[in-house]
Design a binder for this molecule. Structure first.
Ligand SMILES: [Zn+2]
Ligand SMILES: [Zn+2]
Length: 283
């Protein structure tokens, strides 16, 4: 299973997961030309992309949903509310073609190629918002972003995920003393806004799977956060709770406007690991 992040934050979110030649885009907040360029740069094949999943209907997650799905001819999976939001969103000039609209219900598992996808609710001030718990060959990848708070259900997925992408949007002190007007500060900090570094740290320390391999902090604010601050806040809390950060657990922050490395997420060893291990990383 391979994972890459092409951008994470208010200027555009886009993630990519691929296994067994089946690729899924999660969110389409970067332009189609940029997206194709990144694919070329990383030696990835656009022909492998088979589907798009959308978290929610804010422009930084959907502005290229129509353009990319039309260009690649792939279906777009989201809740019907999110699809309604995409239709209404004036930032999206190219809408998702009706033939490519696919609806799912949160809490109901569905399959996309070799992946099993379980969408779940994430509280946020969009029309609707889904996190995804995705399994492939006994490994799980989970993404939860733009979350006003961590629900019990979300905590349950933190407890199960081997690989987790979770929001660490702002530092509480920086937000408080930062340049945003009071209404915006309130919007961000409320229960349907975004997760702070310290709240994410607290939730991870309380719930993260003890066997988790990798945690990526996503959707960092440009004005109210620093990657090193988000990292240190979460690292300190995880270490305090006895997590092996830097040993068997990797912790990283995702960059806002440039792609991450291409990660090769390992899968459980089978009886004949020699044939299966060390697949070359396409980079
Ligand atoms: Zn966002
Ligand atoms: Zn949002």
């Amino acid at each position: 299973m391979k994972f890459i992040c092409f951008g994470s934050g208010s200027s555009g979110n886009c993630y990519y997961l691929q296994a067994a030649d089946y690729g899924i885009i999660i969110d389409a907040g970067i332009g189609v030309r940029q997206f194709k360029k990144y694919f070329r740069d990383y030696g990835l094949s656009l022909a492998r992309i088979k589907a798009m999943l959308i978290t929610h209907d804010h422009a930084d997650h959907v502005k290229a949903s129509g353009a990319i799905s039309n260009e690649l001819g792939i279906p777009v999976y989201a809740t019907s509310l999110v699809h309604q939001g995409i239709k209404r969103n004036y930032c999206i000039t190219k809408k998702v073609d009706e033939r490519r609209v696919r609806n799912f219900e949160k809490g109901e598992t569905f399959e996309l190629g070799p992946f099993r996808i379980l969408p779940f609710n994430v509280p946020h001030d969009s029309l609707d918002n889904s996190g995804y718990f995705i399994t492939y060959r006994g490994r799980s990848f989970c993404l939860m972003t733009d979350a006003g708070h961590v629900t019990d259900e979300m905590a349950g997925f933190m407890e199960k995920a081997d690989y987790l992408v979770v929001e660490a949007n702002y530092d509480e002190t920086m937000l408080q003393h930062g340049p945003y007007p009071p209404f915006l500060k309130e919007r961000i900090a409320c229960g349907t806004g975004h997760l702070s570094n310290s709240e994410t740290a607290r939730q991870l320390a309380a719930h993260l799977n003890r066997e988790a391999r990798h945690v990526w902090l996503c959707h960092l604010s440009e004005e109210n956060n620093h990657p090193s601050l988000a990292f240190k806040t979460v690292e300190a809390e995880l270490r305090q709770a006895g997590y092996p950060v830097g040993a068997t657990l990797q912790l990283e922050t995702l960059r806002r406007q440039s792609p991450s490395p291409l990660y090769d997420l390992d899968e459980p060893c089978d009886e004949n690991p020699a044939e299966d291990s060390h697949q070359p990383v396409i980079a």
